[in-house]
Design a protein around this ligand. Structure first.
Ligand code: FE2
Length: 326
């Protein structure tokens, strides 16, 4: 029996199909980002226009028929309101059409769980880095089993900083991988570094990087901003590792696609004899398979929801989610 997962929290519409933890399909369509960034209502229209095509393509690829569908999972949040709304509506329609349970999934839990699942880790410390989020997270049992946030950004997500910088520096397309490419031939210049315990901030670094474009090459600025931001994330992660004494580290979320960040985290892990894992890029980008994976775990651990319980929450924090599976 298969579970369908619908991801629509930001610019990517993802439809995934999972059966017993195995990915049968993972279809993705991405809203083309322009120099104006993301306009939530336009992205929601994009998701609406493409969802029928994406669902039928995923179902076809998975080789399943209507009677094989056991449940529908969707992203409840966090994310952009209008985009979450489209996924929610589609999930409700499919749940009613196939008369199967509906499961509201936390987007951050999904990023973390798929990386954990792929690496076969049991209790990792996770660095979750994306456009909207940057958090150091790990499982805690009290007062209920949940993912505790040990440290996080006080302002913007690290991915958001890269996207903003790319637009200001007129790099096309305006996102992190373009900044990473520019950084390849850069040299280090001093930039502000802000870590408070296990928390950190990025807006000061962004402002400084944009100002430094006046006197330095874009390559040098991109390199220095990237090195500074990743060092901050590594320091916070290392401190959380010392505190929790966990033996595994994973990096997940859109920015986990960065080769340089993975190199730096690996060196932290090597220094402490800690296992290091990450998922292939397909599962670090926003995707439906991770939503289906968590929906399947929720279903198997006995979670049930009425239609009334299945809304959206733009600020759905990972530490408010009760984890009911091992
Ligand atoms: Fe994400």
């Amino acid at each position: 029996m298969a579970v369908i997962g619908i991801e629509s929290s930001a610019h990517t519409l993802g439809i995934g199909v999972i059966e017993g933890g195995k990915v049968l399909a993972n279809e993705m369509l991405m809203y083309p980002i322009t120099d104006k960034g993301i306009i939530p209502m336009k992205v929601a229209d994009f998701h609406t226009e493409n969802v029928r095509k994406a669902v039928s393509s995923a179902v076809k690829k998975a080789g399943i028929s209507a009677q094989d569908i056991e449940a529908i999972g969707y992203t409840k949040g966090p994310g952009l309101g209008p985009c979450l709304g489209v996924g929610n509506l589609i999930a409700k329609s499919l749940s009613m059409k196939y008369k199967v349970p509906l499961l509201p999934v936390n987007h951050a839990v999904a990023h973390l769980e798929i990386a954990k699942h792929i690496n076969g880790f049991r209790d990792p410390l996770a660095l979750y880095v994306s456009g909207g989020n940057s958090q150091v997270i790990g499982m805690e049992e009290e007062p209920f089993r949940h993912y505790h946030i040990y440290g996080e950004t006080f302002d913007i997500g690290v991915g958001n900083m890269f996207d903003n910088f790319a637009r200001k520096a007129k790099l096309v397309p305006s996102w992190g991988s373009t900044v990473a490419k520019a950084a390849e031939s850069g040299r280090y210049i001093q930039m502000p570094y802000t870590v408070k315990g296990m928390d950190f901030t990025f807006t000061g670094l962004l402002t400084n990087a944009v100002a430094q474009l006046k006197g330095h090459s874009v390559n040098d600025v991109a390199f220095s901003m990237q090195e500074t931001a990743f060092s901050m994330l590594c320091e916070a992660t290392e401190r959380a590792l010392m505190l929790t004494e966990k033996r595994e580290i994973i990096v997940c979320g859109g920015v986990a696609q960065s080769k340089r960040l993975k190199e730096m985290l690996l060196s932290v892990c090597n220094a402490h004899g800690t296992k290091f894992g990450f998922a292939p890029n397909e599962y670090n980008a926003d995707n439906g398979a991770m939503i289906a994976l968590v929906a399947e775990k929720m279903l198997r651990s006995g979670q049930h929801y009425s239609m009334m319980d299945c809304g959206v929450n733009q600020r759905y924090r990972i530490d408010s989610v009760k984890i009911t599976w091992k």
